[in-house]
Design a protein around this ligand. Structure first.
Ligand code: BGC
Length: 721
């Protein structure tokens, strides 16, 4: 018998253009179905259209691994046994690699994990600019420089999305602190907004083609960022032509009226304790749920307003869950472990290495003392929404022990007890409870240090409230738990002291001159211990550089010296304007403890003289700057060659110099490469507040080639005609 050929509805026919499919799907949906799509149905999901076979949307944190499942309607753990992920290094570490290829690998790998877990939106990456070292969430972001963050975010987004999973770039915008994050109103000049705070978001949207963006909690121009006419309608949709979906931060929508018209497409997390509020299905009470539906039914709001949002959500659906060519993903694979380790190794920053104390030489060392709580503390859990339930996490101590094996004796002493809580964010931590007195702990550490050939102190911050953690900022720049005193004592009893800091933020180091070697080791995820051991023992040559400035003291930071961080009566003024990070140091001639872009290697790189293809540049031309760089040491290594530009004379005040290009190169001993940078007029522009446009003024510019923002090796001048 012949069956009648049923014709595929347009929205299911992927040979048809997406916009046509969207309109077709929309035309089949009831008002109720549309409204259901624009707000959450559970903590992390929103409804599809079951009648039409349009799938639900499932979100996941983000940004360092795939978060464990929580309950349908509260934050409690769901208790699944198949949701332990691979933990990747924190985004500060990724930024410290200065390696866009690793950002692509990171995005691809985490995207595969998200896809395997059936998520179609990854809540990350975060690209809020590092404005103050006190911000509790800096570890989730990519540092202080808009150019570096932009170059790193684009491949991350592309890598995630090649899996048919949307990257949701967050938190748009000006969410530069945790204190008062739900209420603070940020007052910032248009110049600082456009030159410092927006560029990584813009790059993610216009170059990375991000399919989703998350509005921030805070306010700007008096409006919450999740319902913000200026940020969402004018800039994001208007100037950048964003066609993806705007997701609210969890609890970031604050009323119905503004959220209808001011840009947000999907409301999540309002009254985040879900049904425990005791008003039936609390998700129906969301601002964009029943209250919105009633306004639409009464025709007080045009149906077109919900259609606008649903179109964006359907576009997300067609790009992700309804893409028939979508790959299947993979979860906790050896490839992901390798990717995590590679990123971790390239992100670790060797800050100081007097007398070439590092790498640890196992030909001479018989005994190594590892001291400090962070050598054994789990760091994949804690920190707030980025907390993970990792399938495994190699601690620094285990990594070092595994690597050294029987080649030397490794002894461990705790030294101090900071936080030994057994459960964080619902996940059980390794048991590190220790009830000995501070005196006993110190005595044991000193004893271990005295007789060792090397002492490796592993301390820093952790992911508890008030440190590197969401919801709060740090109370100061100093290390907690009196680690400064312990470090000083150790430095006195053993001159071969290596201090390893685990943190996502700069910390004060009043002992820096008393200690030969200092390493910044971030939060490195599942492979933490292996990566750190590989660098300490010299299997891999460190090649990370700082993505933010380490100030000597807090008053050396613009947000604290000029700004009124954390604001007064919920109003905050970013008075330092564009002078964030090294731009502030340069302007005020303040020496950093460790400058932006700084990082050492176990080999040496010698820079030759930079030259420029043309001493003048016309509006539509490019000029090429070249510089020879040679490995003059004894090991192969990678160097990050940085190019900054300064505008010598301008009608507005400009930074002494700004990062405009960089290149990470691998050099064998004695090998020399000529690094080539191409510059165009766009690299010379500032944001003209009067013209509301980017402008380059003719005149002299200086190109600085450096190994860091404070270690300039060569300069060349040219003139824009
Ligand atoms: C955080 C977001 C996160 C969301 C969901 C919020 O509190 O600010 O970054 O994605 O929770 O967990």
């Amino acid at each position: 018998m012949l069956m009648a050929q049923t014709e595929l509805p347009v929205y299911l026919d992927d040979s048809k253009p997406v916009e046509e499919r969207i309109e077709d799907a929309l035309s089949r949906m009831t008002l109720e179905e549309k409204v259901k799509m624009v707000h959450a149905q559970s903590q992390f999901s929103s409804a599809g259209v079951p009648r039409l076979g349009i799938p639900e949307n499932w979100m996941t944190d983000g940004p360092h691994g795939i978060r464990a499942e929580v309950q349908w309607d509260d934050w409690g753990q769901a208790g699944w046994t198949n949701d332990s992920c691979l933990a990747f290094p924190a985004l500060t570490c990724l930024a410290a690699t200065w390696n866009p290829q690793l950002a692509a690998l990171y995005g691809k790998s985490i995207g595969e994990e998200a896809r395997y877990r059936n998520k179609n939106v990854l809540l990350g990456p975060g690209v809020n600019i590092y404005r103050t070292p006190l911000n509790g969430r800096n570890f989730e972001y990519m540092g202080e420089d808009p150019f570096l963050a932009s170059r790193m975010v684009v491949p991350y987004v592309q890598g995630v999305q090649q899996n048919g999973v949307a990257a949701c770039v967050k938190h748009f915008a000006l969410n530069n602190q945790e204190v008062d994050r739900h209420t603070v109103n940020v007052n910032v000049s248009d110049r600082a907004l456009y030159e410092i705070y927006l560029p990584p978001f813009k790059a993610a949207v216009t170059e990375g083609k991000a399919w989703a963006i998350m509005g921030a909690y805070n306010r700007y121009k008096g409006q919450w960022c999740c319902q913000n006419e200026y940020l969402l309608n004018n800039i994001l949709r208007g100037e950048w032509h964003f066609d993806g979906v705007v997701v609210s931060d969890w609890g970031g929508v604050n009323n119905t009226e503004q959220s209808i018209y001011q840009g947000v497409d999907m409301e999540f997390g309002t009254w985040t304790d879900g049904m425990t509020e005791g008003r039936g299905n609390v998700f129906d009470q969301y601002y964009l749920a029943t209250p919105f539906l009633e306004l639409l039914r009464a025709q007080k709001v045009k149906e077109e307003e919900v259609d606008k949002k649903v179109r964006n959500i359907l576009r997300l659906t067609f790009r992700t869950t309804m893409d028939r060519n979508r790959p299947f993903g993979s979860f906790v694979t050896p490839e992901h472990s390798l990717a995590a380790q590679q990123i971790a190794e390239e992100g670790i920053v060797l800050l100081q290495n007097k007398n070439n104390l590092l790498p640890v030489d196992l030909n001479t060392a018989k005994k190594i003392a590892v001291i400090g709580e962070n050598a054994v503390k789990m760091m994949t859990i804690g920190g707030g929404s980025s907390s993970l339930k990792a399938q495994y996490e190699i601690s620094p101590l285990d990594g070092i022990k595994n690597r050294i094996g029987t080649q030397a004796e490794v002894v461990y002493a705790r030294g101090y007890v900071g936080e030994a809580t057994a459960i964080q964010d619902g996940v059980k931590s390794r048991d590190i409870i220790d009830n000995r007195s501070p005196e006993e702990l110190l005595a044991e550490a000193v004893e271990a240090a005295k007789s060792a050939d090397y002492v490796v102190f592993i301390g820093g911050l952790n992911k508890h409230d008030g440190q590197d953690s969401e919801g709060n900022d740090r109370s100061g720049l100093g290390l907690p738990y009196e680690q400064d005193g312990l470090i000083r004592t150790l430095a006195k009893v053993n001159k071969n002291l290596v201090v390893v800091i685990l943190s996502g933020n700069a910390v004060a180091m009043p002992w820096a001159n008393e200690v030969p070697a200092i390493v910044e080791s971030w939060y490195l995820g599942s492979e933490a211990g292996n990566a750190l051991a590989s660098v300490l023992l010299g299997d891999s040559n460190p090649s990370g550089k700082l993505p933010f400035t380490f100030p000597v003291q807090l008053t050396d930071v613009g947000a604290h010296a000029a700004g009124d961080y954390p604001g007064v009566n919920q109003e905050e003024y970013y008075n330092e304007g564009i002078f964030v990070g090294y731009r502030w140091n340069d302007k005020n001639k303040i020496k950093a403890l460790f400058p932006f872009g700084h990082g050492l290697s176990y080999t040496q790189f010698t820079y030759g003289k930079a030259s420029i293809s043309n001493k003048t540049m016309q509006e539509n031309e490019t000029v090429t700057v070249t510089v020879p760089v040679k490995n003059t040491g004894k090991r192969a290594g990678k160097e990050i060659v940085q190019l900054y530009i300064g505008d010598e004379k301008c009608t507005v005040e400009r930074p002494v110099k700004e990062l405009k290009s960089f290149e990470k190169i691998l050099l064998n001993p004695d090998e020399e490469k000529t690094v080539e940078f191409s510059l165009s007029v766009d690299d010379l522009k500032f944001y003209d507040e009067g013209k509301k446009d980017w402008v380059a003024e003719p005149g002299k510019f200086k190109v600085y080639i450096g190994a860091s923002s404070a270690d300039i090796r060569s300069t060349v001048d040219f003139e824009l005609k």
